[in-house]
Design a protein around this ligand. Sequence first.
Ligand code: ATP
Ligand code: MG
Ligand code: MG
Length: 550
Amino acid sequence: SEERSLNFIEEIIEEDIKNGKHGGRVHTRFPPEPNGYLHIGHAKSICLNFGLARKYNGETNLRFDDTNPETEDTEYVESIKEDVKWLGFEWKNELYASNYFDQLYAFAVRLIEKGLAYVDASTADEIAQQKGTPTAPGLANAYRSRSVEENLRLFAEMKEGKYKDGEMVLRAKIDLASPNMHMRDPIMYRIRHVAHHRTGNEWCIYPMYDFAHGQSDSIEEITHSICTLEFIPHRPLYEWFIDELEIFPSRQYEFARLNMTYTVMSKRRLLQLVNEGFVSGWDDPRMPTISGLRRRGYTPASILDFCDRIGVAKRENVIDVSLLEFCIREDLNKSAWRRMAVLDPLKLVITNYPEGEVEIFEGENNPEVEGGEGSRAIPFSKELWIERDDFMENPSKKYFRLGPGLMVRLKNAYIIKCDDFKKDDAGNITEVHCSYIPESRSGNDTSAIKVKGTIHWVSAAHAAKAEVRLYDRLFHDEDPVANGRDFVEIINQDSLQVIPEVYIEPDLVNAEMGKGYQFLRKGYYTLDKDSTPENIIFNRTVTLKDTWAK
Ligand code: ATP
Ligand code: MG
Ligand code: MG
């Protein structure tokens, strides 16, 4: 909102604009690796990068950071584009690090020519060994002093496919004694004889993240390259490559990644949940992915509001997942249409209502807005479904629902009085018998009767049926990966509860995909993507109140 104070990146940008840096231009990028679906943590980065461009009349590139062909796929590219668009953002250019493979190769050659890169035939273990430890400097090997000519020839041969995976790497020649381990001759290129989702078999050498990212930023003339805190130690290397190559001086800024309670937030772990069948897929409504949240019934506005509330900080923290739930409740309370559905049905018979008669009541769609956004017709008849827990045989004094002799209002309809009930041999209540007060018709009540409770209901003769899916947290513990444990141990086996047959008011047959509905007294629901007219399925997005016991 306009009200909040500037975050530290906005302060930097405003200072840069004031000083006329890059002509006052702001150009950010969002750089996902297409090796999984986007999650709510990515949403924070999206809101930040696109939000800054929006605020400062700049632009944002969507750049796929596709330099690891083994794990990347076009399926992920498509899902990422869909999710960014769904959140409401438009990118200036759709770009791929792989677009720059030729340019990056030329950059590497330039560094070799400057005597700043060399081909190393050591094994990965030897390289790690020779790197030393943070307290002991690394050792130079014989490859480090190869001639420029030899390095140029070997690097060209690496590219031509003359060597096997792992046989050689190209390393930057920086400082084997640097206190920053990333500066101890980092690897720039490795050999991978693997097809790439865009470049196919054109390349068998691929640049490392550190050699691809900053140069990609620079090629695109990104002014503010924003990433998460773990990249702070990479920054000197980011700047070293740019300075030595004498290319556009993009600069990197780091912010704290989003961590959230009861949630795992790395694509590797989310992939494990999918692959090991703990969820039905990346878009399972229990997943913290954008696609899972969408399927669950989250709206873009609620996710943007969440990102705005958590802010942008320089220190790691953990956000309570109930803040995300608060944001969707706030949004749906304003926008969801009200409907009635009975999840655990009990038959109610209105003994003094004529057999075969049907009345049509009107129910406002949305009482939160002026005019109610219109209304829908709600049929009423002699036999209704109510919730089983809206009747008690021996109610306590504070129970304002149905019990022998008690009165309630049926939402949008009449006041009724409970006269009797039926039980089966096992002692289960099978029917509740009530009489209605004809003068108590909703909107035209002349009965002068005051009742404390209002309950929802569905006419038995008119009800449609639906499957309802209720979701709970995926994990039993706030920190699923505490002390490095395997999160599988604390998975909540009851995180999905399916109610195969729920009675819904007839208008819900017209429910629209992507729209939120408040089932009165029961929470917010949305159609699942697998719902069909013959087999209607609703997901519960969130309960009405924060009922989750801590
Ligand atoms: P993961 O660890 O889940 O694989 P990643 O950082 O490898 O995440 P990328 O696809 O490289 O995933 O991320 C794209 C952008 O999103 C990066 O700039 C990254 O910093 C940012 N990002 C990823 N996770 C988070 C998070 N939890 N909070 C904020 N930003 C994030
Ligand atoms: Mg990454
Ligand atoms: Mg990753």
